[in-house]
Design a binder for this molecule. Structure first.
Ligand SMILES: [Zn+2]
Ligand SMILES: [Zn+2]
Ligand SMILES: [Zn+2]
Length: 292
């Protein structure tokens, strides 16, 4: 079963441009150099799934015309991936139901602390409604949560049609989580059909590589050329791209230490041919849609 993934954000924790920075990346006129915090929207088995809801969640939903999600998967609890969770209130109003969140126990415990008002027994009216599903590193199912049908309209984008009559039986898809480590913090990446989306990792245990075979598209995080304690360096990401061997590898969570998009794309082409990497490695950009 094929999936499509739209990158809603491909920037590092501060986004690009960084407030106050006048470097050539932060002032680039190329729209591909404007990067929201990392997040992806996935259509898989008829379901609409969001990976991470960072501080740019609201603008990401608005700029893609999205107003319904069957589930939000969280990779880990860092604010650039969870800072927009309060804004799911808009979806609560539209759908008149809780938003379904899928995350590991440790992530749930920390969002319970940070958003304590969303979990109180007697809630302040208007607080976000979340329904948390605990996941771990074993395959799990996401269920549909809708009375809506989403369709892609050329030159318009995604459009919703409210379904008439009774809500159809729930659809479900199985998702394969990929364990990684962000420094020493365990994080999850996710595989949807031929697409694997990994971010905020600095290492992947050997046991996980068997889940990354036969990929059409792989996404990996990198924040710079130099070794970093919690993210892959560019050269580590290139080595992984070569080892995993997806047809295409997309880089995300990018910082302004890389050159502007077009120049960076050419540099990656050169580095891959020098290193004999068969995967086509390119920087992702906000709005890019891939299928696999
Ligand atoms: Zn991050
Ligand atoms: Zn800059
Ligand atoms: Zn992080």
């Amino acid at each position: 079963m094929k999936a499509t993934l739209t990158f809603l954000g491909t920037g590092t924790s501060q986004g690009i441009p960084i407030i106050g920075c006048r470097c050539r990346v932060c002032t680039s006129p190329d729209s591909r150099d404007k990067r929201f915090r990392s997040s992806a929207f996935v259509r898989y088995g008829g379901l609409s799934i969001l990976v991470d809801a960072g501080p740019d969640f609201r603008m990401q939903m608005l700029s893609h015309g999205l107003c319904h999600l069957d589930g939000i998967l969280l990779t880990h609890n860092h604010k650039d991936h969870t800072g927009g969770l309060d804004d799911v209130r808009s979806l609560n109003y539209i759908d008149r139901k809780a938003v379904e969140i899928y995350c590991e126990e440790k992530v749930e415990l920390s969002i319970r602390k940070e958003y304590s008002y969303a979990f109180e027994e007697v809630k302040y009216p208007g607080a976000p409604e979340w329904n948390v599903h605990r996941i771990d590193d074993k395959p799990f199912k996401v269920f549909s949560n809708d009375g809506y049908e989403l369709e892609w309209v050329h030159d318009v984008g995604y459009r919703y049609k409210a379904l008439e009559g009774p809500v159809p039986p729930r659809k479900e898809v199985e998702i394969i989580p990929i364990r990684g480590f962000h420094d020493t913090m365990p994080v999850l990446g996710f595989r949807f059909g031929g697409i694997a989306y990994l971010t905020d990792m600095s290492s992947i245990p050997e046991s996980e590589f068997s889940k990354l075979r036969d990929l059409e598209h792989l996404t990996l995080n990198t924040v710079g050329y130099k070794p970093h304690h919690s993210h892959f360096s560019l050269y580590e990401a290139l080595d992984l791209a070569g080892r995993i061997g997806a047809r295409h590898t997309w880089l995300t969570h990018l910082s302004h230490s890389f050159p502007p998009h077009a120049e960076f794309s050419r540099e990656l082409g050169r580095l891959c041919s020098e290193r004999g990497i068969a995967s086509q490695v390119l920087p992702a950009f906000d709005g890019l849609t891939i299928e696999g």
